[in-house]
Design a protein. Structure first.
Length: 642
């Protein structure tokens, strides 16, 4: 072994490898030493020997998007499809799935070849419609139409078998002890007899008006919740026209823009139609025949246990499947198509209405053209002011002088917190853009920012005017709500103290009825109470009756302003003959939940053992999107002073 290494070290290959490593160190600064790893393929999802390439990921997302577009009845972008955490959720599920099947294969859970072949030969799409026999050629053709190879399809079937068989074995082997169901059945069927009375706020007395000293003490006790956070005031320079009237546009310029945009502004043909997707051609033929016979799409869908997809005023560009689009836009009104092989099953379409396309005229889109031109003029005017402002500042002029000279606007931002709310926690409408808040909290008092581009032709400059440190609000400003809280707390204390005193008399051996009569309360009696029937008396009664032993008194808060004090007189256990069926029902219900939890834990553990991981930026790149998700758009419009 050592001789082989020495021989390699003297060869030209060793010199070449050192050159590669040297170049890598120069380019990466020594921060990425694993050069050979970076030369290999990159995977969106990887888990042991299983992985998903960018091409495979894109293919799967294309299928998902096509199905989503059919359901939505319109075209969807990938950003819409994967928005709100959808991409990460998909990648997490896929990584766990690949991690599990990787572990299962290595653990020896491998379905036989005959099982896979049997499943393939059960699919109607792979049978010759003439001979009724399985067709190898049709099998490969059908898979190719979905951009799937036989190897990929058979691997998916093996993984599906492994997962299903593991889940079936897990469910068959899970046996919860009978005591689990017996305990719940015993609790559900047990009955109790009890007596109790209710202690109200009137019996305990109510708090008076608090003094300033008491309110100040309460405010200090809750200083962390009441303290107003640091807030800041600022002046913001805006370079738009504000409320200035828009400039007049010449008719020649409007006509020139219309001629340039005529094709894009024209209205395409739109159609209203319904599609029904069948799993095989035979079912699709039956659906088409029923629709041609005059049956409604809803009735046909119910008869075939499928869900119709309705499209209203939909252009051809909104249909993701070219074959379906060609069929729909080749029909006349109220005509039914022949079955169309789509990416998923066979589609039959019925056209309900056709809205012909129409070339745009200037009268149709004049307002739109004018709006575009005015928006361009406004952006150009803003940019001219920005350039003039920057030149004035370079010439040494102050911010206020530069603003006046270039015709910009200066607005005042009141004291706001870092979360964009006012100092007292109220919302600002409209909300301040995130870039403005970030700038305000990156500056020192009296400092000014550079010109900041918010996008959409909007720019601003911020000057931080003042910093107000965190502090408790003045008592006068919160006296009323603070007084309400003090009264509520004091009333609760009085009620609790009164209930404790009465409960102590009962525990000391005094008769429950006598204690109730001493405060003018009515003694209530409950016979044969179970946990369901006791609910009408309140949660405090349930907790008290079913948490105390026979002959034991209890005291529980029943509502926000009442307590119940009572005694459990009798406990009747469940009848075994009646409890046995209920116990078995409880056990079966718990077994399902327990099995699901164990199955999820097993998948998670298998994925962890397979070191499953995913690359979200690489996934976005595979979809033709930026590696990083775009930030939330800034709120439109300029912030208004309040």
């Amino acid at each position: 072994m050592l001789t082989a290494f020495r021989t390699f070290a003297k060869s030209k290959w060793a010199v070449g490898l050192l050159v590669v490593l040297g170049i890598a160190l120069v380019v990466t600064g020594g921060t990425q030493m694993d050069v050979l790893t970076n030369l290999g393929p990159k995977h969106v999802v990887s888990a042991g020997d299983r992985n998903m390439s960018q091409a495979e990921f894109r293919l799967e997302l294309d299928r998902i998007r096509e199905q989503a577009q059919q359901q939505a009845g319109r075209a969807l972008s990938f950003e819409e499809l994967i928005g709100e955490g959808g991409l990460r959720q998909f990648l997490e599920q896929k990584s766990q799935q690949l991690g599990f099947v990787n572990w299962a294969w290595k653990a020896g859970i491998r379905p036989g070849k005959e099982l896979v072949l049997r499943q393939i030969r059960q699919a109607p799409a792979f049978f010759d419609s003439v001979t009724g026999q399985f067709s190898e050629e049709q099998y490969r053709t059908a898979l190719a139409e979905g951009n799937v190879t036989p190897e990929m399809f058979e691997a998916q079937l093996r993984d599906q078998y492994s997962t299903q068989h593991y889940g079936a074995a897990l469910g068959a082997g899970m046996r919860l002890p009978r005591i689990f169901g017996a305990v719940l059945a015993s609790q559900a069927l047990e009955t109790r007899d009890a007596r109790w009375f209710t202690v109200t706020q009137a019996m305990a007395g109510s708090a008076g008006t608090p003094t300033d000293a008491q309110l100040t003490a309460l405010m200090n006790e809750n200083a962390d919740q009441l303290r107003m956070p640091e807030s800041r005031t600022a002046s913001v320079v805006l370079f738009d026209d504000g409320a200035a009237a828009p400039a007049e546009l010449t008719e020649a310029r409007i006509l020139e823009r219309f001629n340039f945009r005529r094709d894009a502004l024209s209205l395409p043909e739109r159609r209203s139609f319904v599609t029904l997707t069948a799993p095989d051609r035979a079912a699709a033929d039956r659906i088409a025949a029923a629709l041609r016979a005059g049956q409604s799409p809803a009735d046909v869908a119910r008869a075939n246990s499928i869900q119709p997809a309705e499209y209203v005023d939909t252009p051809r560009s909104a249909l993701g499947d070219p074959a379906v689009a060609a069929a729909v836009f080749g029909l006349a009104s109220n005509e039914v198509s022949a079955p169309v092989r789509a990416s998923v099953g066979f589609v039959v379409a019925r056209v309900n209405a056709i809205q012909p396309g129409r070339a745009a005229t200037l009268a149709d889109v004049r307002d739109q053209v004018v709006a575009e031109l005015r928006a361009e003029d406004a952006r150009a005017a803003v940019y001219r002011r920005v350039e003039a402002y920057e030149k004035a500042r370079q010439d040494g002029k102050t911010l206020d002088v530069a603003v006046r000279e270039v015709g910009a606007r200066l607005i005042r931002i009141p004291a706001i917190r870092q979360d964009g709310k006012l100092r007292n926690g109220q919302e600002i409408n409209p909300a301040l853009p995130p870039q403005l808040l970030q700038s305000m909290w990156s500056l020192g008092k009296g400092a000014e920012s550079e010109v900041i581009d918010m996008g959409q032709g909007q720019y601003f400059v911020v000057r931080l005017d003042d910093i107000l440190p965190a502090a408790l609000p003045p008592l006068a400003g919160i006296r009323e709500p603070l007084a309400r809280q003090w009264v509520l707390r004091e009333n609760a204390r009085l009620l609790s103290a009164r209930a404790d005193a009465l409960a102590a008399r009962v525990r000391g051996g005094e008769d429950l009825a006598a204690v109730a009569a001493s405060v003018g309360a009515t003694l209530q009696t409950g016979s044969g109470l179970n946990r369901q029937s006791a609910e009408q008396n309140g949660q405090g009664v349930i907790n008290g009756v079913f948490s105390s032993g026979r002959g034991q008194p209890f005291s529980q808060q029943n509502t926000a302003d009442t307590f119940v004090i009572g005694r459990t007189d009798r406990i009747s256990t469940a009848v075994p003959a009646l409890a046995a069926p209920a116990a078995e029902q409880f056990r079966q219900r718990m077994a399902g939940d327990h099995g699901n939890a164990v199955g999820e834990a097993a998948i998670t553990a298998a994925a962890a053992r397979s070191k499953a991981k995913f690359d979200e930026p690489l996934a976005r790149t595979a979809l033709g999107l930026p590696a990083e998700a775009p930030a939330a758009p800034a709120a439109p419009g300029a912030p208004a002073a309040r």
